[in-house]
Design a protein around this ligand. Structure first.
Ligand code: CA
Length: 427
């Protein structure tokens, strides 16, 4: 989902949403407190309706017909759940290797290769028009929505209206609510009951409404920009996003490299650009030891070195196209997932070649489902074995780690706890 907006794409962890010092979990109560005499049983609905009525005029200034606004938002009730999610502090942290193991697993590589074949003609036309190669476009599609399969389940209108009237980012979400209404008003979108992530990202590309408004293209020529049901529109819009973000046709995103012990890691980081020749002079080499400068990596091309887990883990030389990918979601982990998945789709074997600095690697989605099945067999009430590692699964893992004497008992879904559970019968 582009542009650092909060998201809840269940295929990947939400990027950190900045948390204000003030506790806002009670936002709806605070809303109710604005009422002259709140009824004891009031859940904030009345204040919510008042807030929506107050948005008619600003919406009109944003080009939304007042009658359309009223009829589309009539009968909406606030959703307190999205306010909790807005302020949720992650109870557990996800190491980079876990994040990548789930996003760039064999299943997604296989599905991506099928997508490349199935949509080969479309992807060629997209490349001709926007200059972005098929593997990159398909990699974004796979990471954003698992190729259109997972697009979010919360009604967008209700979420955006709630976040526009309560919580700590109301001006931002009002802009998104108005953008969503404009998409409905213009006929690009036809279903006001559309669902998406709790924060408003939706469709196959998981664009926020304002990004959709700005970037989406009608590539199948039916007169509507439909990133929900049209693969043509969705993939072309992804390419258009990358092009607008400064994509350079024909350039690689980067390569995995080997750093010399002498390299000061203070020189690393996506923003610390220097010509490829400078990195070569500093001793950075390709994994096979060859010189850095070569086709795609000409001496004068600006590049940065990233070492996301420090000196002991994989390192990469990244170029301008990595920044374009990064801008889609403003997270290093996300950009790496896209870049590595795209390489796999171009035929590369498992990546990165250099192991992550851990003796307890991450799990693919198939392994996560297996782990959940083992937890269910031990009586943990974690719901469906869907491969999504949520709070319930992590709490169950903590219990099993303690029972098995595994340290640390941190709730992490890694290879070690999976192996231990495979090897011990359910009680
Ligand atoms: Ca269309």
């Amino acid at each position: 989902m582009p542009q650092a907006n909060p998201t809840l794409n269940p295929t990947r962890p939400a990027p950190a949403v900045r948390r204000s010092a003030a506790a806002t979990g009670l936002a709806l109560l605070a809303l109710a407190a604005l009422l002259p005499r709140p009824l004891p049983a009031d859940d904030g609905t009345e204040a919510f309706q008042r807030c929506l009525a107050g948005l008619v005029a600003p919406a009109a200034r944003a080009g939304i017909d007042a009658d359309f606004f009223r009829s589309t938002t009539a009968g909406l009730a606030p959703d307190p759940g999205v306010l909790e999610l807005l302020d949720a502090q992650p109870e557990f942290t996800t190491p980079l290797w876990d994040y990548l193991a789930g996003l760039v697993d064999e299943q997604r590589v296989a599905d991506g290769r099928v997508a490349l074949r199935e949509h080969a003609g479309l992807l060629r036309r997209i490349e001709a028009r926007f200059g972005v190669d098929p593997a990159t476009v398909v990699a974004v599609w796979g990471v954003e929505s698992d190729f259109g399969r997972i697009t979010g389940k919360r009604p967008l209108l209700r979420s955006l209206a709630t976040l526009s009237c309560a919580g700590r980012r109301q001006p931002f979400f009002r802009g998104e609510l108005f953008a969503f209404l404009r998409l409905l008003q213009s006929g690009d979108l036809v279903d006001p009951g559309l669902t998406g992530s709790w924060a408003g990202a939706f469709g196959q590309t998981q664009f926020m409404p304002s990004t959709y408004q700005r970037i989406a293209v009608d590539f199948d020529g039916d007169g509507r920009r439909d990133l929900v049901d049209s693969v043509d529109d969705a993939l072309a819009s992804t390419a258009n996003y990358l092009r607008q973000a400064g994509w350079r046709t024909g350039q690689p995103w980067g390569i995995e490299v080997r750093l010399p012990a002498s390299l000061d890691l203070a020189r690393a980081g996506r923003r610390n650009k220097a010509p490829v020749s400078t990195w070569q002079a500093r001793g950075v080499r390709r994994l096979d030891g060859r010189e850095l400068v070569g086709p795609g990596f000409e001496a004068g091309v600006q590049a940065a070195v990233i070492a996301p887990t420090g000196r002991d883990g994989p390192a990469f030389l990244v170029l301008r196209n990595y920044d374009a990918i990064y801008s889609y979601n403003a997270a290093e982990s996300y950009a790496l997932a896209i870049a590595l998945l795209a390489e796999r789709l171009r035929g590369a074997g498992p990546l990165p070649v250099t192991p992550w600095p851990t003796d307890d690697p991450g799990l693919s989605r198939a392994e996560r489902r297996e782990l959940q099945t083992l937890l269910l067999a031990r009586g943990h009430d974690i719901g469906e074995a869907d491969g999504l590692i949520g709070t319930l699964t992590r709490r169950a893992i903590v219990e099993e780690q303690r029972r098995l004497g595994l340290e640390p008992a941190d709730g992490r879904a890694g290879r070690r706890v999976l192996a231990a559970l495979r090897g011990t019968p359910a009680p």
